[in-house]
Design a protein around this ligand. Structure first.
Ligand SMILES: [Zn+2]
Ligand SMILES: [Zn+2]
Length: 349
């Protein structure tokens, strides 16, 4: 089969490899469509596996079940499914307390070869745990690839209860920032402000009816957010980018008793200096957001295939697998919002 093998940081080659064997009690999926995620870009362009190459990444998998091990009844060949990359155990304490996003028995998806290939295998553990969703007839599998990136943004806004009348400032207008903006609006926020240092990325967001776009390379984003919110600051501020400076600014943009979310991870080992007096006297809630619980995973899948969700505007590029390097470049330059690769060519359903 064709697979995009990573040989080192930024060195990705589409080559022929063996089709994975169907594990005992598991199944194999023919990858129909797979999204290119911010974390894929980070993994593919840094020494993410400390020299252990070649490796196949890719985790936003939608495809057709190709093979099922004897005795497995949960899947049938030909069935189209979306596979959430992390299968929660639903048995550990974190899972049982409603925080399956912190499952202590989770099977790390980066431990197994990913979906930038024509086929991907799943273990018996996955069969037991599920976290796969059937794609109804008539739904374009390409849009279902958004279910995974949508899940953490959906969960974030639900957890901080963005609601009617809220003002929300989002730092970062990558795909995650834009999804946060779209969902904040859907939840009834009255004012959505998005900031970014990259004008090309900001230009891409004009179509999403965001109230204010702020180029933080040219203007002081903090005073601009304060001005736009009548001097009060935003009810909810979400830092959705890898910058420690943005995290510092987020505190200054929040209103008294407001909520500040650290959504995007920063480079490993880097520390952010915070004015804790600001947090203390302004009564700020600081919330670190990561991933989504099992119900939020399901709800965001349902949202991704809902025709009212603007998936077509978010997915700006659909490319064959052999153009994976182009997909990387399009994402890095800000030209693409979300790119989806088709490892088995055009999809006919
Ligand atoms: Zn992803
Ligand atoms: Zn668990």
């Amino acid at each position: 089969m064709d697979a995009a093998l990573m040989y080192g940081p930024g060195d990705i080659r589409v080559e022929q490899v063996e089709v994975p064997e169907c594990p005992d009690g598991g199944f194999v999926v023919e990858v129909g469509a797979i999204g290119m995620c911010g974390s894929d870009i980070r993994n593919l362009t840094s020494d993410s596996r400390s020299g252990a190459y070649p490796w196949i990444y890719g985790h936003e998998v939608v495809g057709r079940v190709a093979e099922v091990a004897p005795g497995v009844t949960a899947y049938r060949p030909g069935q189209w499914i979306y596979v959430y990359p992390l299968a929660h155990c639903l048995k550990c304490e974190n899972c049982r307390s409603g925080h399956s996003e912190q499952c202590s028995e989770v099977e790390e998806y980066t431990a197994n070869p990913g979906g930038f290939a024509q086929y991907i295998a799943y273990s018996s553990k996955r069969v037991d745990r599920g976290a796969t969703f059937e794609i109804p007839d008539g739904v374009d599998p390409v849009r279902a690839t958004l279910a995974e990136p949508l899940s953490s943004t959906y969960a974030c806004l639900e957890n901080i209860d963005v609601k009617m009348g809220d003002s929300v400032a989002i730092l970062g207008s990558g795909p995650v920032g834009i999804m946060l903006a779209i969902l904040a609006r859907m939840r009834g926020a009255s004012q959505v402000i998005v900031t970014d240092t990259n004008q090309a990325r900001l230009d891409k967001t004009v179509q999403f009816e965001i109230d204010a776009l702020v180029n933080s390379a040219e203007t002081d984003a903090v005073s601009e957010v304060l001005r736009l919110t009548g001097g009060r600051g935003a009810d909810k501020v979400i830092s959705a980018n890898p910058s420690t400076i943005a995290q510092q600014q987020a505190l200054l943009m929040a209103r008294k008793a407001g909520t500040v979310v650290f959504f995007g991870g920063v480079p490993k080992g880097s520390l952010t200096e915070l004015d804790t007096n600001l947090i203390h006297y302004n009564g700020l809630w600081i919330y670190g957001h990561y991933a989504s619980n099992t119900m939020q995973v399901q709800r965001s899948f349902e949202l991704s295939i809902d025709p009212r969700f603007p998936a077509d505007q978010l997915i700006t590029h659909v490319l064959p697998l052999f153009e994976i390097n182009r997909a990387l470049e399009l994402a890095r330059s800000g030209e693409a919002l979300k790119s989806v690769l088709l490892p088995n060519g055009e999809i006919h359903r």
